[in-house]
Design a protein around this ligand. Sequence first.
Ligand SMILES: [Zn+2]
Length: 212
Amino acid sequence: MTARLEVIVGPMFSGKTERLIARLHRAQYARKRVRIIKPAHDTRTQGSIAARAVNPDGTTEVTATLNAIMVRNAADFAAVTAEGDYDVLAVDEAQFFPLDEPMTDSLGWFGRAIRTLLREKAKSDLRIIIAGLDMDFAEAPFGPIPGLLAMADHVEKLTGVCMICGSDGGYISHRIIPGEAQLVVGDAGEYQVRCRSCYEAPGIRGAVAAAE
Ligand SMILES: [Zn+2]
């Protein structure tokens, strides 16, 4: 028995939440107790995680949902993970859990809490599955995700379909509205999956560059 961390990353509309929900359904069939959390910062869906697909006309639709506990901060996370028993802890949109300001490590409170939980439950069957964006719109590593990738036992990196050329190499969520702030919660009206050759980097690169 050993605890395990799985991380699913990729741009928007690459099917991260769909993969997460598929793994959770499988775990539920196996009678595992599943607990799902999500950053309260993500205002698109409250109280659930939602897999969304982009239609050919640019609209999006929700294809699957599971109920989730909204977590605002480290205290919320500690309370949610301390109570009761669960076999699988799932976290969606984990890029929204911020790093420290000023930055002290590549984990932030969320990554450190995951590390602590894995250490405490190392000799158990606990399975933690985290999904999130690996990069922001400016190709900057996003929040605690890179640190979590480093700690993971298993990583799945997904791509989407490039909205410009149609290739399968969509690796980034290109922002099609102006602005330099890293945290703009958006949908298909604000972001477009693009491949490396169709991606246009913004003038000022990401929150880290902007702060320097
Ligand atoms: Zn392309």
